[in-house]
Design a protein around this ligand. Structure first.
Ligand SMILES: CCCCCCCCCCCCCC(=O)SCCNC(=O)CCNC(=O)[C@H](O)C(C)(C)COP(=O)(O)OP(=O)(O)OC[C@H]1O[C@@H](n2cnc3c(N)ncnc32)[C@H](O)[C@@H]1OP(=O)(O)O
Ligand SMILES: Cc1cc2nc3c(=O)[nH]c(=O)nc-3n(C[C@H](O)[C@H](O)[C@H](O)COP(=O)(O)OP(=O)(O)OC[C@H]3O[C@@H](n4cnc5c(N)ncnc54)[C@H](O)[C@@H]3O)c2cc1C
Length: 730
């Protein structure tokens, strides 16, 4: 069933749609993965649209507390339907399609994210990936039916990236067969977990495991944190909300501090390691990093999340650009649609092709992930390092590109794009966080670099490497620049681009019409050409550059090229005999180089004179004598104010042009030091991170404790929605 045509559609939009060269339904089927999947998605969407409560007051107009309560109300309603639907599904593929559809449709109800995001996105996947079979049998039904609500608390105030540096301890006590959880320092407080602040009653806690006096590194534990009936935090732990943030406003990200908090031995998630009753540690995993498995899974998921979020942003911006008219190109003619400006198309079309690049790559990456998982079930972990490297770099690049592209979509909508109601700010706030969480951009790229360097070493030794990185061996031969898509891919040999091209070609070659194929080919070419232009610097190995050649023979190549110059074909140029050559001083670029030097010379010498005078005054007038004892910032302030006022007094008798130059010098001095010392100035910037005394963690915790949601241990939405929902009474 197709969507019914809607009355009163803007005429410009109708016109654009009529111009479409292909059948939109066919493309929809391609994106959904087939006609049946489209039909199923629509069935679920229609059912949800009928049953879900929409907002009466826009979410963005509510207070922080109301926003949270409203998000709980809607999450409970959505998940009630979700749990029912899940219970009707038997096959794994159907379950993953359903989960994806629910996730997508939920965006129609939340401007911000649901407080259940971590439960669905990390708590359940960690149970599946880190629990023993018996533990899965116990925890999974509870989690799937939302009888318990969980989250994932790994990051601490002091460490997010460096997992091995986490400080929370889980020490085994063989007398009672329990682990004792402790947060030994302020910086070991768990910080950031979504849903932890107010919603979750269970939590996966990543802690350093100690038994028989030995530390065995970080391990995941499943921990109940709130009373199932009253929702009150359990004794021995402190839990709360971390405070307002750029996005994720309704995700009640929280903190968690343990004080000799006891949990049973089998709270340790025991798929990859266990501790026996007597405290003996038994390692089961064949690879030491298998406890990082959920992070890989979510990094894989995020590629499709980025495709989806960018598709929403660019749909908003393209539709609006069709409707919006601006400026007068020709007198007495209607103002053009902004979509018709080439510059506007430049902003938007690359986003459209990026969406497809991400989506095709994401489908492929998810398949690759499942293949590696299946192999690991049979004990083969060979492909794990490559999966880690691949998911790390694809996650890093797509989250970074996606937030930049969404920002372009916002720019493309002018002032109105800045309105929260346009949804572009919320989309941006959501996606820019993805660049940081689940592994910071730079850190993940460095992980991939580490893998590539190791692979390179293998190539150098003549050893075989996997097909994905086989190009490292191939490219020892210099290739001529080839501007065809295949040539560009060969030039990049970037995994994502390679996957995109082959996957998109594979997907469109089956059953699709020529019209769709043409459009997909154009999008694919656009993506490749765009990035080959954006990254020309990286492509220098094929770009016939003397400086960027693969073998680094820079000087030889420069000389070879120089000798080829026509000017070098004759020992004396005829202009020697005829016209005089220009003086190099006449070239503007030469003047630019030289005049800035002259200007600098004057500014340095004049400033030195003024400063010398002032320094003498300051030290005598203030009676300080020993300037080295002055805190630097105080001294700087004195210099600035004395310089400023003394200058004003003495320049009044000078000519206007000289006064202007000297005033510029004062400004230069003030601005220079404002920029140089902005770290010190953060004291007045009211930042928890940039305070002068560097008490970052103390201030973060102080601020979090001031947070209104933390004034009541249990939010009223627990009694109104969460409790009846968990107990099946809603
Ligand atoms: C349906 C609902 C949908 C919802 C959508 C989703 C929304 C979700 C919302 C989520 C909200 C946000 C939720 C959150 O944010 S949850 C918190 C997420 N936190 C992070 O992602 C932390 C990032 N840090 C790390 O991952 C590690 O510390 C890194 C990797 C940086 C270093 O680590 P470490 O210091 O321990 O290692 P090493 O550098 O000494 O390297 C040693 C070796 O290990 C290999 N190695 C490293 N890692 C892996 C790996 N994973 N698999 C396989 N191998 C791995 C590595 O290549 C090297 O190999 P070799 O070179 O020696 O051979
Ligand atoms: C919205 C949001 C939700 C989150 N949800 C959760 C959650 O549910 N559960 C959870 O456990 N965590 C969560 N996090 C935390 C998140 O996973 C971490 O913030 C993230 O992993 C980055 O770690 P960090 O904050 O310690 O950054 P840092 O590592 O301190 O990074 C700061 C800077 O240092 C640089 N840097 C750090 N290490 C290196 C290095 N080795 N080499 C080069 N540069 C380096 C980084 O590139 C960055 O520029 C969330 C974060 C956000 C923003």
């Amino acid at each position: 069933m197709r969507n019914k045509p809607i009355a009163n559609v803007n005429a410009d939009l109708l016109k654009e749609r009529k111009n479409c060269s292909f059948d939109i339904e066919e493309l929809t089927n391609l994106i959904d993965g087939g006609k049946n999947q489209t039909a199923r998605r629509r069935e679920i969407e229609n059912m949800l649209l009928k049953n879900m409560p929409f907002d009466i007051i826009p979410e963005e107009c509510l207070s922080a507390k109301e926003k949270y309560e409203n998000a709980v109300r809607k999450s409970v309603a959505l998940n009630k339907i979700g749990v029912e639907l899940v219970s009707q599904v038997t096959k794994a593929k159907e379950l993953s399609d359903l989960t994806l559809t629910l996730r997508r449709v939920s965006d129609a109800y939340f401007r911000e994210v649901t407080p259940f995001l971590l439960h669905l996105g990390m708590f359940i996947p960690t149970i599946l990936g880190q629990c023993s079979d018996e533990q899965v049998a116990h925890w999974l039904p509870l989690a799937m039916q939302l009888k318990i609500i969980g989250t994932y608390a790994q990051t601490e105030l002091g460490h997010g990236t460096f997992i091995r540096g986490l400080e929370t301890t889980a020490t085994y006590d063989e007398r009672t067969e329990e682990f004792v959880l402790n947060s030994p320092t302020l910086s070991s407080s768990k910080w950031w977990a979504g849903g932890l602040g107010k919603t979750a009653n269970h939590c996966i806690v990543v802690a350093q495991l100690y038994t028989k006096g030995e530390c065995y590194g970080t391990h995941p534990f499943i921990v109940q944190i709130r009373d199932m009936d009253t929702h009150m935090p359990l004794k021995g732990l402190k839990v709360g909300e971390i405070g307002p943030r750029l996005g994720f406003q309704t995700a009640d990200n929280g903190f968690l501090v343990f004080d000799n908090f006891r949990i049973p031995r089998d709270s340790l998630m025991m798929k990859h390691a266990k501790v026996l009753k007597d405290g003996t540690y038994v390692k089961i995993a064949r690879h030491s990093k298998l406890t990082y498995g959920t992070m890989i899974f979510v990094r894989v998921l995020l590629v499709s999340e980025m495709a989806f979020n960018l598709s929403k942003a660019v749909t908003i911006a393209v539709r609006y650009s069709a409707v919006r008219r601006q400026s007068e190109l020709k007198p007495n003619e209607p103002e053009p649609q902004v979509l018709d400006y080439l510059t506007q198309q430049h902003k938007l079309f690359i986003s459209i092709s990026t969406v497809y690049a991400f989506q095709f790559t994401s489908n492929w990456l998810m398949k690759t992930y499942h293949t590696v998982q299946a192999n690991m079930k049979h004990g083969n972990t060979d492909a794990l390092p490559e999966l880690h490297a691949l998911s790390s770099c694809l996650k890093a690049i797509c989250t970074s590109d996606c937030s930049a592209a969404i920002e372009q979509c916002r720019f493309a909508c002018g002032g109105h794009g800045y309105m929260i109601s346009s949804n572009l700010p919320s989309l941006y706030a959501f996606t820019t966080a993805t660049r940081t969480y689940e592994g910071d951009y730079t850190v993940l790229l460095l992980q991939t670099a580490r893998f590539l360097v190791k692979t390179w070493e293998q190539v150098e030794l003549g050893n075989a490497v996997t097909p994905m990185v086989a190009y490292l061996a191939r490219h020892q031969n210099r290739e001529a620049w080839d501007e065809s898509p295949e040539g560009i891919i060969r030039a990049f040999e970037a995994i994502a681009a390679g996957v995109y091209q082959t996957e998109s070609v594979r997907s469109v070659s089956f059953g699709q019409s020529d019209a769709i194929k043409d459009v997909m080919k154009q999008l694919s070419d656009l993506y490749l050409l765009y990035w080959s232009l954006e990254r020309t610097g990286d492509l220098l190995t094929t770009l016939k550059s003397t400086l960027g050649s693969y073998d680094g023979r820079v000087y030889e190549r420069l000389m070879e090229e120089a000798l080829k110059s026509p000017l070098n074909q004759e020992p004396v140029n005829e202009s020697f005999h005829n016209e005089p050559e220009p003086q190099v001083m006449d070239f503007v670029s030469q003047q630019h180089k030289l005049f800035i030097g002259i200007a600098s010379y004057y500014s340095y010498s004049m400033t030195a004179l003024w400063l010398w005078d002032i320094l003498t005054k300051v030290t005598s007038e203030l009676g300080v004598g020993k300037t080295d004892r002055l805190p630097e910032s105080h001294g700087r302030a004195v210099f600035m104010s004395v310089f400023n006022s003394e200058m004003e007094k003495s320049v009044s008798s000078l000519s206007a042009p000289l006064q202007a130059v000297l005033r510029q010098l004062v400004e230069l001095y003030l601005y220079y030091w404002t920029l140089e010392k902005r770290g010190d100035l953060l004291l007045v910037l009211q930042s928890t991170l940039g305070s002068y005394d560097g008490r970052v963690y103390e201030r973060l915790m102080e601020e979090a404790l001031k947070n209104p949601p933390n004034k009541e241990p249990v939010n009223e939405s627990f009694h109104k929605y969460l409790k009846p929902f968990i107990q099946g009474k809603l």
